[in-house]
Design a protein around this ligand. Structure first.
Ligand SMILES: Cc1cc2nc3c(=O)[nH]c(=O)nc-3n(C[C@H](O)[C@H](O)[C@H](O)COP(=O)(O)OP(=O)(O)OC[C@H]3O[C@@H](n4cnc5c(N)ncnc54)[C@H](O)[C@@H]3O)c2cc1C
Length: 378
């Protein structure tokens, strides 16, 4: 694909993070000619700095539609991961192995058990989550030493993990194998629309297509406003760290705390901070993450940290995904969410048919921007 004023793609996707790439992969597999325009490598990128959890059991406590969306994605993940591996030779290391939660103190344990029970009441039979006493928890974790104040916890088989950087490179590889173009250093500044054709422009030139997907993470609002869509996306910082390689000690990821990778490193995290566009790490937050982990699993105290980093989640106003086609400029779509790993399989499967002119799947319907307008009117 070359930069010119000709209409050379069926769909242009602005934003080459995991959200844009998952959609592009699905579109390219459907036979659409696609081009991804991505900004500089130095730009904010949640897709290069995340924890890689396929999180279901903590989704949608106040929004059943969000639980259903996430759950549906987890059911699509096995086929998504195996197809990606077969087509590219890159294994995203997906494993729907479940997730453990560890409680400290009686009060935290009681509150957690109550929340799990309430979840089950709200969601119904699909919600699987067992409460564990301290002995059960210890057995589940392969007799790992528990902190003195650990009272118990829980296990949910609904959750899984993937290796986020392998997933991301696999997606980019698959897109290219299906004939898609990935244009780096192609920041889009301006979007024009004439006679059903969108033209995106930047210092690099311009490109045109009859369909346009804006999936630019934190860059989404400025672009969306040019196709008549008003959406707010704010940065939310997450810090985490990774340890040296140690022998396999944690058969399951521990919710809000850690996961052990196949090669032995342990990722510890993740913070949730409202600090604007600041993606630096801070000693105080990293220390509190490490102390939380050691309080629950004391043997971590002797493991060396080798690297730490921070990245910014793109968060919508109410925290739920946005899947919106422009009323003013039909053919332009805005798509953003803060659980792009969890939802990657669903994005690949369900979004292409809608973008190519088919119906919007019922699972996606609750996530138009109309919900925010009705909430603010209420
Ligand atoms: C610390 C942390 C932990 C996380 N853990 C998990 C997890 O365990 N599970 C999970 O499901 N999710 C997790 N997430 C969230 C997940 O990483 C994001 O939902 C996902 O990466 C968002 O992808 P994206 O493509 O929308 O955004 P990004 O990855 O930020 O990509 C947006 C892209 O758009 C480009 N762009 C912006 N403006 C323009 C423009 N004008 N022109 C062209 N390109 C532009 C940017 O350069 C960037 O490449 C985590 C996030 C963080 C930060």
């Amino acid at each position: 694909m070359t930069n010119s004023n000709q209409h050379e793609a069926d769909v242009l996707i602005v934003g080459g993070g995991v959200v844009g790439a998952s959609i592009a992969y699905g579109l390219a597999e459907e036979g659409a000619k696609i081009g991804i325009l991505d900004a500089e490598d130095s730009d904010f990128s949640a897709s290069r700095g995340n924890f890689g959890m396929i999180s279901i059991s903590n989704k949608g406590f106040n929004n059943l539609a969000y639980f259903r969306l996430s759950y549906a994605s987890s059911r699509l993940w096995p086929e998504f991961a195996s197809t990606l591996r077969e087509q590219t030779g890159i294994d995203p290391a997906f494993d729907l192995k479940g997730k453990v939660y560890i409680s400290v103190g009686d009060r935290e344990f009681a509150a957690h058990a109550e929340k799990v029970a309430e979840y089950a009441r709200r969601v119904g039979a699909e919600y699987q989550h067992d409460i564990l006493n301290r002995a059960d928890l210890r057995q589940m974790l392969g007799n790992v030493r528990l902190g003195e104040r650990v009272t118990g916890g829980s296990f949910s088989p609904l959750d899984g993990i993937a290796e986020p950087l392998k997933l991301y490179s696999g997606l980019l590889n698959a897109i290219q194998r299906h004939g898609g173009s990935i244009l780096r250093d192609h920041r889009v500044g301006r979007i024009q629309h004439q006679r059903g054709i969108f033209t995106v422009e930047g210092p690099w030139g311009s490109l045109s297509a009859p369909r346009l997907v804006i999936a630019a993470g934190l860059g989404t609002p400025d672009l969306a406003s040019q196709v008549g869509i008003s959406v707010k996306v704010r940065p939310q910082r997450g810090q985490m760290m990774v340890t040296e390689r140690v022998e396999q000690s944690f058969p399951y990821p521990v919710s809000g705390l850690l996961r052990q990778n196949p090669e032995g490193t342990i990722m510890i995290g993740v913070s949730t901070e409202e600090v604007g566009y600041d993606d630096r790490t801070t000693v105080s937050v990293l220390r509190s993450l490490a102390m939380k982990a050691i309080e629950r699993l004391p043997d971590l105290g002797s493991v060396q940290i080798t690297r730490c980093w921070a990245a910014l989640r793109p968060r919508t106003e109410d925290g739920y995904p946005v899947y919106q086609e422009s009323h003013e400029r039909p053919g332009a779509f805005v798509i953003t969410c803060h659980s792009g790993i969890t939802l990657a399989a669903l994005h690949k499967r369900l979004l292409p048919q809608w973008i190519l002119g088919g119906r919007k799947d019922a699972l996606l319907e609750p996530f138009g921007l109309g919900r925010l307008q009705s909430a603010s009117a209420a």
